[in-house]
Design a protein around this ligand. Sequence first.
Ligand code: ADP
Length: 348
Amino acid sequence: MAKVSISNAIKRYGQTQVIHGLNLDIDDGEFCVFVGPSGCGKSTLLRMIAGLEETSEGKIEIGPLDVTHLDPAQRGVAMVFQTYALYPHMTVRENMGFGLKMNNTPKDQIAEKVAKASEILRLDDYIDRKPKALSGGQRQRVAIGRAIVRGPQVFLFDEPLSNLDAELRLEMRVELSRLHDELGTTMIYVTHDQVEAMTLADKIVVLRDGRIEQVGAPMALYDNPANKFVAGFIGSPAMNFLDADITASAVKTDGVTGLKTPTSLKARGKATLGIRPEHISVKKTGDWTVNLIEELGGVSYIYLTNKNGQKLTAESREHGKHKKGDKLSISFKMSDAHFFDPETEERL
Ligand code: ADP
């Protein structure tokens, strides 16, 4: 187990800089998730920690060790990738022990470590099977087992669940949480899926264009996003944004009435109002037209537009109450609204 510190890290590919002087501390034993849209630099940053990408400038420390220019094998990390890359001709047991065998680890130690990993990952029933006789989830567990037997200081996961179907992803999410509780090892996990980030992380790092937008606990990011980008990225369906005009007494926005200016905000004129679908109530009748309703069973998502083309998503638990073409009004508590500067997009 070890703390990971990244100081002023820069990554360039030729002339192009993709990580721009990034600073981040990941605590010992923490489950840290890097999340952000495709191309934001999550994998690059993870691979810089792993030593699979050279760090152009800055420093990376794992525990007390400056690993910036060390080989991957000297860093005490083990990486699990999206593709499992198991050896097809080897059994689960052989696949998990192979790296140790290559390191000339004594046979009895290999057997002990593989047995322990197999127990933790509940692979005992499959231990003598070859990969082709395993499901996707079981194969990914073997790949994780291969990392566990190395007893790393830090686990690095690069989108490990992306190849699994929705049900298996959920199952593996629960497994990974349990694994982290059981091992207590520092884990760094890359995903573009904000649901994975919310459910797995102690600490989420939201990245955009090679820079950190915000670092925090999942609910801290949900409740207090630092800017419009994080507000729109964390939470599903995404937060709605409305143009607003804040006067001393009222927040004026198209299609919502009766919004009083909160005491925390001054009359400042133009602002962007953010409100999450789960915080909106709808009722008959009003200025918003129902375009589509998605019934998910427990909840429904109601997609609305007003006469000026403003779009809005509301969540409802009232099954069958509204239908396409209905005209609805919307309301929400001011304490659930978020305000952003329309220019800088920073939280007000
Ligand atoms: P993410 O994992 O968030 O999708 P990446 O870390 O893979 O993003 O990529 C970050 C940026 O670096 C992207 O703009 C990508 O095009 C660029 N990049 C990644 N690998 C290379 C490379 N080998 N050469 C040049 N540019 C690269």
